[in-house]
Design a protein. Structure first.
Length: 238
């Protein structure tokens, strides 16, 4: 069967990482979490005290930074990680999953020159197909020709509650109201920014998983993928 490029986009906590990883496992595809790249760069900027609106400094930082995503170690996986993230060869898997880093990531993600660097890396990583990539602009900018595009959504309250549970399990003392506020603020910035805003691609399938589990959602997407694989094989063999 031909191997597809699958783009999954959607707001914070919609289930992109969990669902994309499961879909990739079921199809034997690679999985790439583009948000982890923005988070890793944000962690570096915070650590160095680079202002999150200093465009030229952030662009230079992006160019000199090496971010690597690998399959999670059993230890990280047990803690809920969908991948291991290395920033300049240092394991930052845990450090990038804080609300502070999420906010910083969404701020530096508004900088066009930062996006150029990360998008080019994402395109290189996915060039061979057989990949499930998730983020905000995968179906619109990174892989506009992806054979299957999903826009994954869920109600803001359910998304915030999912995130809040994760924070609680890690021992972070954020209230549900604080997490809801953070998620709403980040969604607004992601949807309203000038460069590559979060928007459903015209040809993306809208999947609302407010009332669906990860497995059920992944199976639905795998079904759509199998259909696309068959269609492509038919065209190829015609
Ligand atoms: O990547 P994204 O921010 O879109 O979401 P995620 O990190 O995959 O999911 C956020 C949390 O929601 C995780 O703890 C998932 O286990 C959970 N989740 C869920 O309970 N039901 C779903 N249908 C999807 C995700
Ligand atoms: O896991 P969650 O959905 O909360 O966020 P994420 O996917 O880890 O992304 C963190 C932030 O990076 C987002 O709020 C976006 O501002 C930015 N991002 C982006 O601009 N484009 C992407 N393709 C992925 C993430």
């Amino acid at each position: 069967m031909p191997k597809l490029t699958i783009a999954i986009d959607g707001p914070a906590g919609s289930g992109k990482s969990s669902v994309a990883r499961r879909v990739a496992t079921m199809l034997g595809y690679l999985y790439l979490d583009s948000g982890a790249m923005y988070r890793a760069l944000a962690l570096k900027a915070l650590g160095r005290g680079v202002p999150l609106d200093d465009e030229s400094h952030l662009a230079a930082l992006a160019r000199e930074t090496r971010i690597e995503l690998r399959a999670p170690t059993p230890e990280h996986e047990a803690a809920g990680a969908k991948n291991c993230v290395f920033l300049d060869a240092k394991d930052v898997t845990k450090e990038i999953r804080t609300a502070e880093v999420a906010r910083a990531a969404s701020q530096l993600a508004t900088v066009a020159k930062v996006r150029e660097v990360l998008v080019a890396e994402q395109q290189r990583a996915g060039a061979g197909g057989g990949i499930v990539m998730e983020g905000r602009d995968i179906g619109t900018v990174v892989f506009p020709l992806a054979e299957l595009k999903i826009f994954l959504d869920a109600s803001p309250e359910v998304r915030a509650e999912r995130r809040w549970k994760e924070h609680r399990e890690k021992g972070d003392n954020l209230t549900l109201a604080e997490v809801l506020e953070e998620v709403k603020e980040r969604d607004k910035r992601d949807r309203e920014r000038k460069v590559s805003p979060l928007v459903r691609a015209a040809d993306a399938v809208l999947v609302d998983n407010t009332a669906m589990g990860i497995e059920e959602t992944a199976r639905l997407i795998v079904m759509l993928a199998r259909e696309r694989e068959r269609e492509m094989a038919e065209v190829r063999d015609a």
